[in-house]
Design a protein around this ligand. Structure first.
Ligand code: GLP
Length: 243
């Protein structure tokens, strides 16, 4: 079993800054690195830090390439709740990354198999993901890999669980408006990343954090697979840390 590193911050703000340090270091030693990026509220303090640091001249995103974890099925890139829109608003529009160097699954893809295959190929062409950022859902999902009887390998379409729809309805007018399906990198895609940083904040995530890293490796808790990755750092705040 590999040893997951834990960094325990005072609060979400500090956790964001500590996770941003890992990004800053990588971008400075490998300016054309490939970042795997995530949505959700947990990464927001990291993105705010990274924007600030580029403005201060500490990092340069002009050669960085990025690939996002997932996207809702059926949402256009300019839909306010799409993950493409989220990334534009919260990161891409404020840094020097080139639009053609950013990748988010196409929510409107009609040939799903072709889109998923092309997604995997792009990651491969770029030489793989150097650093993958993850959040975690209350049921242990990573990206949109929901609890299942197996660990899905590659980018694919998933049906969202009631729990995820409930959790994500806060961004929509009602639960009915939350798409029922999504496109997501697979567990295999994520596990192929060279380095993984997971950001976990708030007391609501304490239980699942404990289950994921101190419980059995079990596809019913998708994040538990990370125990088998050789380079995982969990940056959490005191409220989320189980001990
Ligand atoms: C969504 C995303 C996940 C994210 C999760 C938790 O389901 N697909 O990538 O980790 O939400 O989000 P939050 O950080 O807002 O709790």
């Amino acid at each position: 079993m590999f040893h997951t590193r834990f960094i325990v911050a005072e609060n979400a703000q500090e956790a964001g800054a500590l996770a941003a340090d890992i990004f800053e270091n990588l971008i400075n030693v490998k300016p054309a690195c490939v970042l795997g990026l995530a949505t959700g509220s947990s990464p927001l303090p990291i993105y705010a830090e990274l924007i600030k640091r580029e403005k201060e001249g500490k990092i340069d995103f002009s050669r960085v390439r990025s690939v996002n974890l997932d996207e809702y099925k059926g949402l256009a890139p300019d839909h306010e709740q799409s993950y493409r829109y989220f990334m534009q608003e919260n990161l891409f529009n404020h840094i020097s990354i080139k639009p053609e160097n950013t990748t988010v699954p196409d929510g409107l893809a009609t040939d799903v198999d072709a889109m998923c295959k092309a997604y995997e190929e792009r990651i491969e062409e770029w030489g793989g993901i150097d650093l993958q950022l993850l959040g975690i859902g209350h049921d242990g999902h990573i990206a949109f890999n929901e609890p299942e009887d197996h660990f899905p390998k590659m980018t694919h379409e998933v049906k969202l669980t009631e729990m995820t729809i409930e959790a994500n309805k806060r961004f929509f007018n009602s639960a009915d408006e939350v798409p029922k399906s999504a496109f997501t990198m697979g567990i295999g895609t994520i596990m192929n990343a060279k380095k993984i940083v997971m950001i976990v904040t708030g007391a609501g995530k304490k239980e699942i954090l404990k289950k994921s890293f101190w419980g059995n490796v079990d596809p019913q808790v998708p994040a538990s697979i990370l125990q088998l990755h050789p380079d995982v750092t969990v940056v959490c705040d005191k409220d989320a840390y189980p001990f």
